[in-house]
Design a protein around this ligand. Structure first.
Ligand code: FAD
Ligand code: ZN
Length: 468
């Protein structure tokens, strides 16, 4: 043990400092296994006081700190570099629910609470915590806030940023900012908590949060709708919003090729239609009122869309099991892609109204530049957010295609810029897109971000090499 690791052990206990190379390995790589780091140590504090003491020590010794929650992030934000001098600050032991206030509709949790456990604690109080994503069994609330996570309920409830009322943050110099307020209204200057949301651990360590709760829906209605094109999907979105208002909680687009991959790699998959269509949308309604009226509302809206020639066919779930089977079509796409082979992945957003135009313009440009490429595009259409992934042409050499990833991404991202969109809608920049963003954000915007970073972290010890 070095002197520093001994001092860290004196703060958090010997068992909570890991230095053995083999034991450190799971914390030193990312979920996609794209980055492999080598930290000096993994440190697992149990309290805010311990985090503060660790940060004070790191500030004195100018030791870089990489916060880590569930380590499910998709852009290498929680992975240390390979120089062997950074510490990984693993928040998972800080996993207490500190308070639930059902009247104020808030829950106060520590950063290391697994998202599914926060949802569960809310449900036990008869409330809903709506943040929901496929990694919810292992991602942690500190990571969700630090990446401003999105997921499948953003359309109705917003992303992580919209769900937080207060934060407790340990600053890079070890001071603790107690901003754990549960107020819906508080206009007393700059909204400091929002600086830390989406900062990917570059400004401080989130140790606890006050989150918003909502009434628990009593009824859900789910349908898969077959469509001709993304443009029809947009027309359906407008109609569904008009007919159902904020009962519309999910609106997920999937191309025919996505469902073909799911059917190929999950042989138990049964598609509810006799023929294939070009595009599909998974529609989810939820309501605190009774199920019969929600079903009737969905049926009427779909009948209307069929009459207008927008919906070519629709399958409405008749049971929880059927609804789960429809959701599995959407949720199995990422794994089906993995089984199919490598893809060049993008997480983009454009204004919702322009998404169909974006898809057709970018598809055409890609086919001109890389004839035969296969587009695995799906995502949160209701938020203007697509996972616009690109696989090699059938039968082509996959490695040779993957080597052209920078050229392919350049086409996709330049097109995003022409549509006034974002090259990272929900996953963040991390180390993966920190170079790429320089092409798309103005020099002034980058300068403002660097000034905020310098003001809060003058020594540059918070997650260096990420975002900026
Ligand atoms: P980590 O990966 O541990 O960390 C992410 C970033 O936050 C890092 O930069 C890290 O340094 C920082 N950080 C972590 N904890 C703290 C803290 N306490 N204080 C300060 N900084 C901290 N994302 C979506 O938005 N929507 C999706 O639908 C979605 N689906 C996914 C599906 C799968 C199968 C997987 C594997 C990932 C998915 N993701 C999705 C990405 C990922 O799950 C989210 O980014 C999640 O919010 C990360 O949480 P985490 O606890 O794993 O964070
Ligand atoms: Zn997503």
């Amino acid at each position: 043990m070095t002197q520093l690791t001994e001092q860290l052990a004196a703060i958090v206990g010997q068992a909570a400092v890991i230095t053995d190379a083999q034991d450190v390995a799971p914390y030193a790589t990312d979920w996609r296994k794209r980055y492999f780091g080598r930290p000096l140590a993994v440190v697992k504090p149990a309290t805010t006081g311990e985090v503060a003491a660790v940060m004070r020590l790191c500030a004195q010794t100018r030791t870089a700190v990489v916060p880590q929650g569930g380590n499910t992030g998709l852009c290498g934000g929680a992975t240390p570099d390979a120089a062997g001098a950074q510490i990984v600050l693993k928040l998972s032991r800080m996993n207490r629910v500190r308070a639930v206030d059902a009247v104020n509709n808030t829950i106060t949790v520590e950063a290391g609470c697994v998202l599914a456990n926060v949802q569960q604690a809310a449900a036990e109080a008869g409330r809903l915590f709506p943040l929901s994503l496929a990694a919810e069994g292992s991602c942690e609330i500190g990571g969700n806030l630090s990446t401003n996570a999105g997921g499948t309920a953003v359309l109705r409830y917003g992303n992580a940023r919209d769900l937080v009322l207060g934060l407790e943050v340990v600053l890079p110099d070890g001071q603790v900012w107690d901003g754990l307020r549960g107020l819906r209204k508080d206009n007393t200057g700059y909204d400091l908590k929002q600086l830390f949301v989406g900062a990917e651990g570059t400004l401080g360590v989130i140790t606890a949060a006050v989150l918003k709760l909502f009434p628990q829906p009593q009824a859900r209605a789910t349908a898969l709708v077959a469509l001709e094109s993304p443009a029809s999907a947009l027309a359906l979105l407008s109609r569904m919003q008009g007919a159902c208002g904020d009962r519309l909680t999910g609106f997920e687009l999937m191309s025919a090729f996505c469902l073909e991959l799911v059917a190929r790699h999950y042989p138990a998959t049964r598609l509810p239609f006799a023929q294939a269509y070009a595009q599909y949308v998974l529609v989810q309604l939820s309501d605190t009122a009774n199920a019969a009226s929600l079903d009737a509302l969905l049926q009427a809206a779909l009948a209307d869309a069929a009459e207008a020639g927008i919906a070519l066919d629709a399958a409405v779930a008749r049971s929880e099991a059927q609804a789960a089977a429809l959701w599995a079509l959407r949720e199995n796409i990422p794994e089906a892609q993995v089984h199919e082979g490598k893809q060049i992945k993008h997480d983009i957003s454009v204004p919702i109204s322009r998404i169909a135009e974006y898809i057709s313009a970018t598809d055409a440009e890609l086919q001109r530049a890389f004839p035969g490429v296969r587009l695995v595009s799906f995502g949160h259409l209701g938020d203007g957010n697509l996972h616009y992934n690109i696989a090699a042409p059938a039968g082509a050499d996959e490695e040779a295609f993957m080597a052209r990833a920078p050229e392919v991404s350049r086409v996709v991202h330049d097109s995003v810029a022409r549509f006034s969109g974002s090259i990272s809608a929900e996953h963040g920049l991390g180390q993966y897109k920190r170079g790429e963003i320089l092409r798309y954000k103005s020099a002034l915007e980058m300068d403002l971000m660097r000034r905020i970073k310098a003001a809060l972290d003058p020594q540059g010890i918070m997650n260096p090499g990420k975002v900026l």
